[in-house]
Write a protein that binds this ligand. Structure first.
Ligand code: NAD
Length: 356
């Protein structure tokens, strides 16, 4: 059986890291006798330049036909002053919507060899291993109206959710917790927001369907504090779109670098999209020094969630950890005693570890 993987390299370091992930997947394909077929399509700034739109129809079509999608990153200063419909991020929001990707899963793990690279104290982050489950399709980022009113003297953004949108993400979080350490933290602002009150009610209702899972409710402001003062208390965190956006970036400091954080965005029955948490890093683009690990770990998530290839996914994760344990690091992971490697050297080391 062949698996059809669409690659969306995008802009900046997106293209550099996505081909690193392809190399790693090809190593897996040889070792486990799997067939992966790759095709590449434009998204983001490069698509604006080539096709006059951040999300060409042929990209959307190819993704809908794919078994899974790997995305690098979009954006860069070249397009920063474009009108809003010609911004690279439009491509990203558009493809999430077109594929109905409602659940964003972001694992955050403090690798023992990288604890020093975090701005937080080692004793605080030691042992942290959590998963943030963020709702992707509703909330403030999509609610209408969102506009200036009263001749520009006032403004309105709308936070709207359907009950169904809340239920499916909360279910996904309970299911994710069942596969991990069986503890779910639901993050909301139920002391202020009506949407959060409904969210909390649904979590309470669903609890009885998942009797093995312990549940706690934490207000988003407290969660933001606990994430960096006591991150080991978390297993799975579930929250709505904007809170998840902010908390998942905050959680990235636990790993020491954005270059280490993978993510998966899942649809109910359709194709999954896998991408690193970082952006296109224009400051280092073209230098061949980007850390490919977040993208490579995203491809491992693809194997696990879209293709049910748990063993192969584990193989990639173990290979990454073994290379880090040998003290190899890219420039973003400061390590005075280690060996500095560039993108392709890091990729080759991971491929070698898989081939061993
Ligand atoms: P960024 O994640 O691109 O970079 C932040 C910092 O982290 C930079 O110093 C960068 O060099 C470093 N960094 C990020 N990934 C790295 C990696 N793999 N290896 C080594 N260093 C890495 O965020 P930014 O600078 O705020 O945004 C740059 C552009 O990316 C903007 O146009 C923004 O809109 C876009 N962006 C895109 C996405 C996405 O495509 N999902 C996400 C965030 C930002």
């Amino acid at each position: 059986m062949s698996h059809n993987i669409v690659l969306l390299p995008g802009d900046g370091i997106g293209a550099e890291v996505i081909y690193a992930a392809k190399d790693v997947l090809e190593a897996i394909s040889k070792k486990y006798n799997r067939t992966f077929q790759f095709s590449s399509y434009d998204i983001g700034g490069v698509a604006i330049d080539q096709h006059g739109t951040p999300l060409p129809d042929e990209t959307v079509e190819a993704c809908k036909q794919a078994d899974a999608v790997l995305l690098g990153a979009v954006g860069g200063p070249k397009w920063d002053n474009n009108p809003s419909d010609l911004r690279p991020e439009r491509g990203l929001l558009g493809i999430r919507k077109a594929l109905d990707l409602y659940a964003n899963l972001r694992p955050v793990k403090g690798f023992p060899k990288l604890l020093h690279a975090s701005p937080l104290k080692e004793e605080i982050i030691q042992g942290s291993d959590l998963l943030i489950v963020r709702e992707l399709t509703g909330g403030l980022y999509f609610g209408q109206p969102s506009e200036r009113i009263d001749n520009g003297n006032a403004v309105v953004d709308t936070l709207s959710y359907t009950k169904r949108e809340m239920e499916r993400i909360i279910d996904k979080a309970f299911q994710s917790a069942a596969l991990r350490n069986k503890h779910l933290t639901s993050v909301d602002k139920a002391n202020v927001l009506e949407s959060s009150k409904l969210w909390r009610e649904i979590v309470e209702e669903k609890k009885s369907e998942y009797p093995d899972i312990t549940v706690e409710h934490v207000l988003v402001d407290a969660a933001a504090m606990k994430l960096i003062t006591n991150p080991t208390q978390f297993d799975v965190i579930v929250t709505e779109n904007m809170f998840g956006d902010i908390l998942s970036d905050e959680a990235s400091v636990l790993t020491g670098s954005l270059g280490m954080l993978p993510s998966a965005s899942l649809a109910e029955d359709g194709v999954g999209l896998y991408e690193p948490a970082h952006g296109s890093a224009p400051d280092i683009a073209g230098q061949g020094i980007a850390n490919p690990v977040a993208m490579i770990l995203s491809s491992a998530m693809m194997l696990r969630y879209s293709f049910d290839m748990n063993q192969e996914a584990n193989e990639i994760e173990v290979a990454v950890e073994s290379v880090l344990n040998q003290n190899y690091h890219t420039a973003d992971l400061k390590n005075e005693h280690g060996t500095l490697v560039n993108t392709s050297e890091m990729t080759d080391l991971i491929v070698k570890a898989i081939n061993q």
